[in-house]
Design a protein around this ligand. Structure first.
Ligand code: NAD
Ligand code: ZN
Length: 375
């Protein structure tokens, strides 16, 4: 079947009542090499009083680094270092919220997340849970949050996920890996300082960057595509090509990938991701494979769905001298394989975006098994 012929450029009526969705966007953003030095001035007017701290959640890769010395601490502000070795969990959010409530008499003035998608998502979730009762897992889903979050700021130190612009925070819960998708999730302020991504290891730079590239391919080739998403997706794809196939200086690469990530995130706001994401959720759920590399591991085998995208991906791997690990799924038990397939098939909107409303006739459990087996 020629999916391109079947593809309809839909108008965006993708809420359950058939209405156009009214999305929040990040209301304030500052961009520029070195703009981290302005953080103190940005936070000052948001401080409620000297007892209500700013809480900085910082990737522990920065512990003892110069960045920590330039965090604009005042009064009783607190830095909490968090490891990004594992992706964020609902229980981790609950522990952080309990700690912050216990440590301070007054509710914080703000939560500032500094790191990659892991820290950005944790910060969004903590900011929501500080103002909403119960446990983080209760809010995994769509529009379940009733009260506005604490003021929260996102400061990415690695580019690609688009978590800095999105209205979701992806969490692994006791029952599912699912985002808290709500109008209150989006950051109140984002600070984009490309210099913060100096020092990202090459492979991680590639994996997280490919998350952005794959967002573009999945959005631009999806049946949910519309002019809003297309405009951002095309710009992001162009920037990804410059970064991963061109010969830019490192600082130009950092600038451009930061903006590619932003546009890629905006592109999927009004559409959806597709096959690679649906399958990488399964990998992550069963094996704990991280998002960026998980997407790459799946995407290399998706030429049947994204022929041009996979060809470009292979060129990018070659150009950047990246070799992906092999044999990831070879020791899976039958039960684990079945769980992986079930988790993936549950991502219905992703499949519908990728393949149209008829997707169940195209994607079967045995089809998924055959792809997973290659990984
Ligand atoms: P990450 O935050 O998991 O970090 C990856 C690695 O890079 C970590 O080891 C981290 O310590 C290191 N790192 C980060 N910045 C660094 C720096 N400047 N120097 C050296 N090392 C650095 O990576 P990621 O790929 O940005 O995020 C993945 C997470 O993002 C997943 O949990 C995924 O679910 C989530 N995600 C969220 C959204 C969203 O819209 N909310 C979208 C896509 C992905
Ligand atoms: Zn992604």
């Amino acid at each position: 079947m020629d999916r391109n012929k079947e593809m309809i450029i839909k108008t965006v009526k993708n809420d359950s009542n058939g209405k156009f969705r009214n999305f929040p966007m990040v209301p304030r953003v500052v961009f520029g090499r070195g703009c981290f030095s302005q953080l103190g001035d940005i936070l000052l007017p948001m401080r409620k009083n000297s007892e209500a701290p700013m809480i900085f959640l910082i990737d522990d890769v920065f512990e003892n680094s110069p960045l920590v010395n330039s965090v604009p601490l005042l009064f009783n502000d607190q830095i909490i270092f968090v490891s990004a070795n594992e992706e964020p969990k609902t229980a981790q959010v609950d522990v952080l919220v309990t700690k912050i409530r216990k440590d301070f008499q007054e509710a914080p003035s703000g939560i500032i997340g500094i790191g990659g998608g892991t820290l950005l998502d944790l910060s969004k979730a903590v900011a929501i849970l500080l103002n909403n009762t119960g446990f983080a897992a209760t809010y995994q889903g769509y529009d379940l949050v009733s009260k506005p979050a604490t003021y929260h700021v996102g400061i990415p130190t690695i580019s690609g996920t688009g978590a800095e612009v999105s209205r979701t925070t992806v969490l692994l819960g006791p029952e599912k890996k699912l985002g808290i998708n709500s109008d209150f999730t989006t950051f109140d302020q984002v600070l984009l300082d490309p210099d913060l991504s100096i020092g990202v290891p090459t492979e991680q730079w590639f994996y997280t960057g490919m998350d952005c590239f794959i967002h573009c391919i999945e959005s631009l080739n999806g049946t949910y595509l519309n002019a809003f998403s297309q405009s951002y997706g095309e710009k992001s794809l162009e920037l990804c090509k410059e970064v991963f196939l061109g010969f830019l200086s490192p600082s130009e690469s950092r600038d451009k990938l930061m903006m590619a990530s932003w546009h890629g995130g905006m592109s999927i706001a009004y559409s959806q991701v597709g096959v690679a994401h649906a399958m990488s959720y399964g990998l992550s759920y069963v094996l704990g494979t991280k998002h960026g590399i998980g997407n790459c591991l799946v995407f290399q085998h998706l030429e049947e769905f994204y022929p041009e995208g996979v060809e470009l991906f292979n060129k990018m791997m070659h150009h950047n001298d990246i070799t992906l690990p092999v044999g990831i799924c070879k020791d899976l038990t039958e039960d684990e394989m079945n769980t992986m397939i079930r988790v993936s098939l549950n991502m219905e909107p992703l499949w519908e975006n990728a393949l149209g409303s008829n997707w169940r006739n195209i994607i079967t459990a045995s089809k998924l098994r055959s792809i997973y087996t290659k990984i």
